[in-house]
Every structure is written in C-alpha cells, then in structure tokens.
Design a protein around this ligand. Structure first.
Ligand SMILES: NC(=O)c1ccc[n+]([C@@H]2O[C@H](COP(=O)([O-])OP(=O)(O)OC[C@H]3O[C@@H](n4cnc5c(N)ncnc54)[C@H](O)[C@@H]3O)[C@@H](O)[C@H]2O)c1
Ligand SMILES: [Zn+2]
Ligand SMILES: [Zn+2]
Length: 389
C-alpha cells in the first residue's frame, strides 16, 4: 500500500509499504478515508523529537472504515465508519480507569525513552515516533488500530467525514485543555495559537459557557476563522503587548484561564525570540516556551494556565516566581481522547461544533509532501492539509 513515510529531518516521501496485519486480538484494521496534518508533526519534521527511523509512517489524526477485526473486539464491526483517538489506551490500567487515557501504562511498548526523559513513561501514539510506541501512522491506505474498543468511535450518520476527522486529535486535545484547566461558565479564557487546536479550544470554551474568549496569533486568516467560527476576540501578538492588552480588555484583572496551543517552536518577534532560537539550536534548552511564559505573565492572580502545545524536555528562563507568587495552577496534558470524543461527536451531530473550515487543503495522499510544506510554512492560508488515500 502507499504511505507517507519519514525519510529524515524535514523530509517525507510517499512509498510502498506492507499492509498492516492484525497483531493482537483487540486490533482492528481501518481503511483510511481522511487523515490530516497536526502541529505536532511539525515538531517531528523539524527534528525536535529525535526518535524517528527512516521508513516510519507518520500521521495520527484520522477516520475511516473498519475492514477487519481481531477476535476479542466487541463493539466494532466490519463496515463501521469510525474516528480514532490519536493516543492508544488499553482501557484497563489505573490511568485508563481514571480517564487519563494518554497516560496509559500498557500502550507504549518502548517505555524506556520517556521514562528517561520525564521520570515515567506515557502511553503510545500512532505515527509519532519510537518514544511513544513506534506505531505506524495513518497517512496510508490502511492502519492498524490497537485496543479498538477503547479508542475508536462510530461516527453518527449526518456527521461528515471531515467534521468527524478533527474529533480524532485537534478537538479532543482542545477539550482536554478546556475541561482540565477548569473553564467555568462566565470565565474569560485566553488562547495562544489559532491552529486547529487553539481554534477548537476557543469554540469549546464558548460551548462550556465562557463569557469572553481571546485568541492570540499573528496569521490573519487564522484569526479571522477564530472570530467567525468560534466567536472569539483576537489579538495579533506582533502588534501589541499581549499581557497589557489582555489586562486592558478584562477590566484590569487578566484572563481566568490561559491555554497555550503553540508548542515548542513558538515564534517570537523580539530579542527573546533570537535568544530562544540560539539556545534551542545549541541544545541548551529543548523548547522555545515563548507563549507559555506570556500566558503565565498574563493570567490573573489565582488563575489557571494549561499547556496543550507539545514540549520535549527542558526550558530556560521560566517564570516560576510568577506561578508561585500569583497562586497559579499550571497544568498540561496530551489528549485524553476517549474521555471527550463521544461528547464531541454529539456536539458535531447537533451542528454546535463545526470543523470543516480547518480543512483548507484537501488532496490525495500522493501529494503529502506538498501538503506538509504548505502546512509547515502556513502558505496559501493552510490551516490543515487533509489527505484522502
Ligand atoms: N496535547 C496534545 O495532545 C496535543 C495534540 C495535538 C497538538 N498538540 C500541540 O498543540 C500545538 C498546536 O497544534 P496545531 O495543530 O494547532 O498547530 P499549528 O502549527 O497549526 O498552530 C500553531 C499556531 O501557533 C501560532 N504561534 C506561533 N508562535 C506564537 C506565539 N508566540 N503566540 C501565539 N501564537 C503563536 C502559529 O502562528 C500557529 O498559527 C502544537 O504544539 C502541537 O504539537 C498537542
Ligand atoms: Zn496531533
Ligand atoms: Zn491503559
């Protein structure tokens, strides 16, 4: 079958690879209908997650049709149209029992790498390097879905493939942040990053009752989408002092909840950006935490800062004093997909959550490398490239 594979830092190529087989009784094989790029893939392409091997199939946000089921699969059958959580969860361990699905103890067959980095291993993720399991990803004609009873969800009739696609990762990640940061009715929420994740966080904040939602980015077409589809107010961080503007627009207090949806390759126009770039290139820090710093400084006293953007390890010049003295709650997570996907599909079925506008570029899998180029460089207004194998 054809698949988009990693050939080295910054390089992808469409190759012939063997079709996936059922390896475990809880697996299903899915024929991919749609699969999309995620900001997390850019961190792989830029070489900041150095646990890829040549030939690995990438991609973790996808939906498709079940074409084969393992002997122990109970709730899925051939022909089901399903969307699948990007992280893999067993459904049985302590973490899964506590709905912390991306922390699953049984889904990452290579725990040593993340144990070394973070003290404990996290769960596995499809198509996202050997640090999180080395699973083949979804940018292919077929993919193996482990523990399919836990991680796959039947798409209701009437919800389009493209709408459901984003329940797989962007919207479920956003819901993880909105829920676990404790957004309450009446809150003011500020979100850094207007990619798929940030936009979904804005819309879901409004759905859970936030009174005021800000989205911060510099790309006009994305800010326009955040205004149109999430009803958010927007701030271009290249034109203003973000923390000062947020204070001014919130009666001097600052947002109750700040959600960072930018990650380790944050852009920064000032001298701090140059400093972070140099330190990251010299490996004196692994990540550029520009937006996290800004979120911590902008958040109201006693508020909550949630890190959804992906970070690898160590950062420099982190305002820990502000976290402590302002009484902030600082939290982060990879997505706990199965906890949120059923509710997301209900919202989608009622047209309360629409996602189709994120799919700005739809193309055959053969054009995967070009799709990633557009997405990486944010060219031609690309928010997400969607591949239809
Ligand atoms: N926690 C999870 O489970 C999970 C899941 C999916 C994605 N992610 C992460 O979420 C982040 C966003 O993903 P995405 O798909 O939306 O990515 P994306 O690349 O489409 O969007 C990132 C946005 O951040 C903006 N940005 C850059 N620097 C900024 C700054 N200083 N201030 C404000 N905005 C800035 C960019 O202009 C861009 O629009 C990535 O780090 C990704 O790895 C995490
Ligand atoms: Zn992702
Ligand atoms: Zn588990």
């Amino acid at each position: 079958m054809r698949a988009l594979t990693w050939t080295g830092v910054n390089q992808l190529s469409v190759e012939d690879v063997p079709e996936p087989q059922i390896l475990n009784d809880h697996d299903v094989i899915l024929k991919i209908r749609q699969t999309t790029t995620c900001g997390s893939d850019l961190h792989l392409l830029s070489g900041y997650i150095p646990f890829m091997r040549a030939g690995d199939v990438i991609g973790h946000e996808f939906m498709g049709e079940v074409v084969e089921t393992g002997k122990a699969v109970r709730s899925r059958k051939v022909g089901d149209r399903v969307v699948v959580a990007s992280f893999v969860s067993c459904g049985n361990c302590w973490y899964c029992a506590h709905e912390l699905y991306s922390l699953c103890d049984n889904s990452n067959p290579n725990p040593g790498i993340t144990e070394g980095l973070w003290g404990q291993a996290i769960g596995g993720c499809l198509g996202y390097s050997h640090a999180v399991g080395g699973y083949a990803g979804s940018h292919a004609e077929y993919v193996r879905v482990p523990f399919a009873d836990v991680g796959s969800f039947v798409v209701p009739d009437g919800v389009s493939d493209t709408r459901a696609l984003f329940a797989s990762d962007a919207a479920s990640t956003a819901f993880t942040g909105v829920d676990l940061s404790g957004v309450q009715a009446g809150d003011t929420v500020a979100i850094w990053g207007a990619g798929g994740v940030g936009q979904m966080a804005a819309r879901l904040s409004a759905i859970v009752g936030a009174a005021q939602v800000f989205v911060i980015d510099r790309l006009p077409e994305r800010l326009e989408q955040a205004r149109t589809h999430a009803g958010a107010e927007t701030i271009d961080y290249t034109r203003t002092d973000v923390a000062a503007e947020l204070r001014e627009r919130t009666g001097g207090r600052g947002p109750d909840v700040c959600i960072e949806a930018v990650g380790m390759e944050a852009h920064s126009p000032g001298p701090q950006g140059v400093y972070d770039q140099v330190k990251q290139q010299l490996r004196l820090q692994t990540d550029r935490p520009t937006a996290v710093r800004e979120a911590v400084m902008a958040c109201r006293k006693g508020g909550s800062v949630f890190v959804l953007g992906v970070f690898a390890a160590m950062v420099d010049k982190f305002p820990l004093g502000a976290v402590m003295n302002k009484g902030l709650t600082l939290r982060g997570a990879q997505m706990h997909g199965p906890r949120y996907i059923p509710r997301l599909l209900e919202l989608m079925a009622r047209d309360e959550l629409v996602t189709e506008h994120l799919a700005t570029h739809v193309m055959p899998l053969e054009e995967g490398p070009r799709g990633y180029e557009l997405f990486k460089e944010k060219e031609d207004g690309c928010v997400r490239a969607v591949f239809t194998p």
